[in-house]
Design a protein around this ligand. Structure first.
Ligand code: SF4
Length: 492
């Protein structure tokens, strides 16, 4: 039997992928937090330097990047077929597949599955997909406690905070803050604990051990799903994932539909690209793969929930769809000058930084100028560092420009906007030598506005569109023409 999936209708993604305020306002607030900026600057520069060294060790790094990019492009080109193949293979090996159109549907399916086990507590492997759907909050509302077992994720959970980095969700916290969080919220902790990282880790380990041994249900995300075998893979650094994936009776995995690879062999490319790009390690400390259920070994009930949540919308855009190639390594965050200063919370979505700036607006669609996600493609200097760092060669700057153009076009409803008019006026001035010379002379007025600091911080409309977020340098004392006349004697 063949299944025709048809032309996708627009079904916006929902959940924790849209913030409450636009990026400029949110970033302005976080920029005043000097502790946050210090924590972020230290952490990102350390990861960045380690990653550069790890990549320099691999002679064929560029070929690996190209291989990863080609594999992902192939997956996007035949995603419906690969998804059907994946489902067949999971079912053939004793698993159950569920399909979720959006966050609400995914949360409902998973909550019902947990309830059917009679359990009111689950252990969780760190998962961006479950953060995206807001699963923990949904489970809590349903009377089910979800315990995050990744150390950084646990810190964020105990603090009642939200993650600010894909890989290091608590990157905005230092160890003194973590000690305070543990003392306040971790049951059974020694009141005299120091802020030594080892002491804090051991406290978390003791707390989590008790949870691993009592939990009957685990929930995970997936880094990859293999279509030809129905295998799922999770890579992590602490071993907590392996405990969750093997000890409980029931395992529920939430996976975005874009996480597929066609064959088992394809994993070898990503298993080289991911660890060096994310944690700067040569290979991943813990890689767990599981295929269906096996009597007497590991979870005896296995469910996988395939999540769309706007991904079909992204796939429909030929330029923007390569955002779905992302393997969530976070390398683009660590090299981004905007992320390093503004921090992850300013992006509103669980996907911060350059990848978030292109993924979140595409997942949700945007509703107009005031939509927080409409501002994200503009949260970049377009310096290109993210493209250079991306292990699967996602052209993030290109997609940013594409999304900016789409956003501007959608806002002006066929009418010319202020920017068009400004460009037309500039063109008219530059067409004539006389007009250009007059404009240069007139620009001297700007020196008065710039004052002694030489920076204009406020201009009337339409210049206010620029000065609301950046200063404008004062015009120089001497125009280029005057300088040329002075130094070259009017020579042409
Ligand atoms: S966009 Fe590229 S660099 Fe950024 S998280 Fe995804 S795979 Fe990593």
């Amino acid at each position: 039997m063949t299944t025709f999936l048809g032309t996708p209708t627009f079904h916006p993604g929902t959940g924790n992928i849209r913030g409450a305020e636009r990026f400029p306002e949110a970033a302005r607030k976080s920029l005043t937090d000097t502790q946050l900026r210090a924590n972020l600057g230290r952490a990102t520069s350390t990861i960045r330097n380690k990653r550069t060294a790890a990549i320099a060790e691999v002679d064929d790094w560029e070929e690996l990047r190209r291989a990863g990019s080609a594999l992902k492009a192939d997956v996007m080109a035949r995603l419906p077929d690969l998804l059907m193949q994946f489902e067949e293979n999971v079912v053939a090996r004793g698993g159950t597949v569920h399909w979720a159109r959006d966050s609400a549907e995914a949360n409902r399916i998973i909550t019902d599955l947990v309830r059917s086990t009679g359990s009111d507590e689950v252990v969780k492997v760190k998962s961006m997909a479950t953060q995206e759907t807001g699963l923990d909050e949904h489970l809590e509302e349903s009377g089910i406690a979800a315990i995050e077992t990744d150390l950084a994720e646990l810190i964020v959970q105990l603090a009642g905070d939200t993650p600010s980095h894909i890989l290091v969700p608590a990157i905005h916290r230092n160890r003194a803050e973590i000690r305070e969080i543990f003392l306040e919220s971790m049951p059974g902790i020694d009141a005299d604990i120091s802020d030594d990282p080892r002491a804090l880790t051991m406290a978390a380990r003791a707390y989590l051990r008790r949870k691993f041994l009592s939990a009957r249900v685990a929930i995970s995300g997936a880094n990859f799903g293999v279509a030809e075998t129905g295998t799922l893979a999770v890579v992590e650094s602490e071993g907590n994932g392996r405990m969750c994936l093997t000890l409980p009776d029931t395992l529920i995995t939430l996976m975005g539909i874009e996480k597929l690879v066609p064959t088992f062999t394809d994993l070898e490319v990503f298993m080289q690209l991911l660890p060096r790009s994310s944690t700067a390690e040569r290979m991943n400390p813990y890689t767990s793969m599981w295929t269906g259920v096996h009597p007497g070994d590991g979870p005896q009930n296995f469910h996988v929930v395939l999540l769309d949540n706007g991904r079909t919308n992204v796939l429909a855009d030929e330029v923007g769809r390569s955002a779905l190639h992302c393997i969530r390594c976070s390398a683009c965050l660590n090299v981004c000058p905007v992320y390093e200063r503004a921090g992850g919370h300013a992006y509103g979505s669980v996907y911060p930084g350059p990848i978030g700036a292109i993924l979140s607006p595409q997942l949700t669609g945007t509703t107009g100028h005031d939509d927080p996600n409409a501002s994200l493609p503009f949260a970049s200097t377009l310096c290109g560092a993210c493209f250079d760092a991306c292990p699967v060669r996602i052209d993030i700057p290109g997609i940013l420009v594409h999304l900016r153009a789409k956003q501007i076009d959608s806002e002006r409803h066929g009418l010319r906007g202020g920017q068009d008019l400004a460009m037309k006026a500039a063109g008219w001035v530059m067409e004539s030598e006389r007009r250009f010379a007059a404009a240069e002379t007139a620009s001297k007025v700007g020196r008065v506005l710039g004052g002694r600091k030489g920076r204009i911080i406020s201009l009337p409309y339409p210049g206010s569109a620029w000065t609301s977020s950046r200063d404008f340098p004062s015009p120089p004392k001497e125009t280029f023409r005057k300088w040329w006349e002075r130094t070259h004697g009017g020579e042409r």
